[in-house]
Design a protein around this ligand. Structure first.
Ligand code: SF4
Ligand code: SF4
Length: 167
């Protein structure tokens, strides 16, 4: 068995205030494709869970990808936001920037990921900041990694398989 780990990015742009939604009109994430969103709209699709900032183990023989409870060193484990969002690609070479194509293609993305859900034609869940109007609900619902993870500095890469978790 062999393994490798890699990360993708999470957004730190604040969620869109639900007061920007006009009464009687559908919100933008229900009417626009991911490819049609403005940069601000796109960033607000991230729910702030930071699940994508967890290290992952890939079994090369089966292609299975499993998440671990070990998280990128740049993550603020309380806010679940990247501490160097603008520089993240330079600082963490494996941090992959989300795109509409990746949201549709990467099967290992969390089922809860806002980008993944919209790419698959699913609704955003009640705890998504755009739906709830609060950035706290992703934590209150137990979706974010807050309180559940270890920083990568404390785990040897060879030990990652011992840290596999299932959402
Ligand atoms: S650099 Fe690390 S913490 Fe920041 S977005 Fe990428 S994986 Fe997440
Ligand atoms: S898994 Fe998706 S929604 Fe969660 S932090 Fe990553 S990009 Fe954002």
């Amino acid at each position: 068995m062999s393994c490798e780990f890699f990360n993708i990015s999470n957004s730190e742009t604040p969620f869109q205030d639900r007061t920007t939604m006009t009464l009687g009109t559908e919100p933008f994430w229900k009417t626009k494709a991911l490819t049609e969103m403005t940069p601000e709209e796109w960033e607000s699709i991230c729910d702030g869970c930071a699940r994508c900032c967890l290290h992952k183990v890939e079994y090369k023989d089966t292609g299975e990808v499993h998440y671990t409870n070990v998280v990128c060193r740049l993550l603020d484990m309380w806010s679940c936001r990247c501490t160097s969002y603008e520089e993240r690609i330079k600082l963490v070479s494996t941090c992959l920037v989300m795109t509409p194509a990746k949201a549709a293609e990467l099967e290992w993305l969390p089922r809860t990921c806002g980008y993944r859900r919209l790419a698959l034609g699913q609704e955003l869940e009640w705890w998504h900041p755009l739906v709830s109007g609060s950035s706290s609900t992703v934590h209150e619902a137990g979706i974010s990694v807050r309180g559940k993870v270890l920083p990568e500095q404390y785990v040897h890469p060879d030990e990652l398989v011992k840290h596999i978790i299932h959402f």
